[in-house]
Write a protein that binds this ligand. Structure first.
Ligand code: DGJ
Length: 428
């Protein structure tokens, strides 16, 4: 079966647990892709470790374990933040080096940290702060970029680019400075000899219109190019996190990896989005949003026949159920996300009433979005019940200066579901 990337819905690993990896990066080794990300909690924002998952197709995810767990003390100890984990391989030592943003819970003590491991999917050893000229690099949002000659760079918010030493454990040279004032979550790639760097604006976990700059030389001059997604789409409701090379039947493509945050239920309900980047005449864009697509050939997944299932509620405990049969496949839930959206619990129960999968789904989006809200893992042939329950809660969070973000309501708004392959007669 051709594998599909399901955008903006929780992914499940081989054990049926939600893939919990955010502010992530993807590193390819042969034909295996390793995803490293923030292993979030559902109630607070403290550092809870960095996870590692592997996949060959972006649909079948194996949990490799915690790449780095919470430390007993220090930069990643109790009461600290660990974000935006990125992994590079030193061309000289062959070791894997993890860089991350460490901070206190008020984001007032930022410092880039380093951890090292001999194997990509092993347990990384925290080495302390990344130094530049003997000083800590006191930056928060960060990313990495590895050039075609193997040289690795640290990218930071506001647009500083540091060349790392050959071991990737120190910053050796500040090659570009302040190229994107106000920019966060930097991600970079090189295409056709040109460098492309993207940033989000500073709106905390809220999505905004991300933008990019280009240069012929990594040291600049950098030219502001504007948005790479349609204005007002809030970068298709994502925040950029990373760009990686992805092998498809048509060759290697540059893949955009973005976060759709869901504070405070980041562990369960924050999701990832992957879309191909297109380049033409020195410009970069994501041509269109695809809620699900096949990386093998770039084709968009076509929605199956949707059976009506109307449920709209903001009352905790209110729910709706639907029975379905599936002959070895998935069940999909469709709904509308809006700025009044809240959380719901989805449960798939088998014919004995046992939950075989569960998820928390966020119906909040500052820009309205209709479509897929949940995709089950592959189910064995049989009869099931799909249970949807409103939690009467929604995401809400505050920026340092007190600005409130998040939903104005708690609404769960579902319009249909589908099972595929479906053993029930279709009526549409
Ligand atoms: C925006 C950053 O990009 C995220 O990584 C995170 O630090 C949030 N701010 C916290 O508000």
């Amino acid at each position: 079966m051709e594998r599909v990337i399901w955008n903006g819905v929780p992914w499940f690993d081989r054990d049926g647990n939600v893939v919990n990896a955010h502010g992530a990066c993807i590193v390819r080794e042969g034909d295996v892709y390793y995803l490293f990300g923030e292993y979030k909690t559902n109630d607070e924002n403290r550092y809870n470790g960095f996870s590692c998952y592997s996949t060959r197709d972006f649909e079948d995810w194996k949990f490799e374990g915690m790449a780095l767990s919470a430390e007993a003390g220090g930069l990643l100890g109790p009461g600290r933040i660990g974000e935006r984990v990125k992994v590079v391989k030193s061309a000289v030592t062959g070791k894997y080096v993890m860089l991350m943003h460490t901070d206190d819970l008020n984001y007032s003590d930022p410092c880039i940290g380093v951890a090292v491991c001999d194997t990509i999917n092993g347990s990384y050893t925290f080495a302390g702060p990344l130094l530049y000229k003997g000083e800590k690099v006191r930056k928060w949002d960060m990313g990495t970029f590895v050039d075609e000659d193997g040289t690795a760079y640290l990218l930071t918010h506001e647009g500083n680019i540091y060349r790392l030493n050959a071991e990737c454990t120190e910053a050796e040279e500040l090659v570009a400075e302040n190229i994107a004032p106000g920019g966060e979550s930097p991600a970079m790639c090189r295409y056709g000899g040109k460098y492309y760097i993207m940033f989000s604006q500073k709106t905390s976990w809220e999505r905004n219109d991300n933008y990019y700059l280009t240069a012929d030389n990594i040291a600049g001059p950098w030219v502001m190019k504007g948005l790479f997604c349609p204005e007002g789409s809030l970068t298709y409701n994502t925040q950029c996190s990373y760009i990686f090379d992805c092998q498809t039947a048509e060759g290697s493509i540059k893949m955009y990896l973005g976060d759709r945050w869901s504070y405070p239920r980041q562990a369960s309900a924050a999701t990832l989005v992957m879309l191909p980047l297109a380049f033409e005449g020195g410009n970069m864009r994501i041509s269109r949003y695809m809620q699900a697509w096949r990386p093998a050939d770039g084709s968009e997944w076509r929605e199956p026949c949707i059976r009506p299932l109307a449920f709209c509620s903001d009352v905790k405990g209110e729910g709706r159920q639907a029975e379905f049969c599936v002959s070895g496949g998935r069940v999909y839930l469709f709904g509308a996300a809006s700025d009044e959206g809240g959380y719901c619990r989805v449960e798939i129960r088998n014919s004995e009433g046992r939950a075989v999968n569960e998820a928390v789904i966020d119906f909040y989006s500052a820009v309205p979005m209709k479509g897929l809200r949940y995709v089950s893992p592959e189910l064995k042939s049989g009869e099931y019940t799909l249970c949807v329950t409103a939690l009467g809660e929604s995401g809400e969070w505050f920026q340092k200066d007190g600005t409130r973000f998040g939903s104005k309501g708690r609404r769960v708004d579902i319009y249909g579901f589908a099972a595929e392959p479906d053993s029930i007669e279709k009526d549409c």
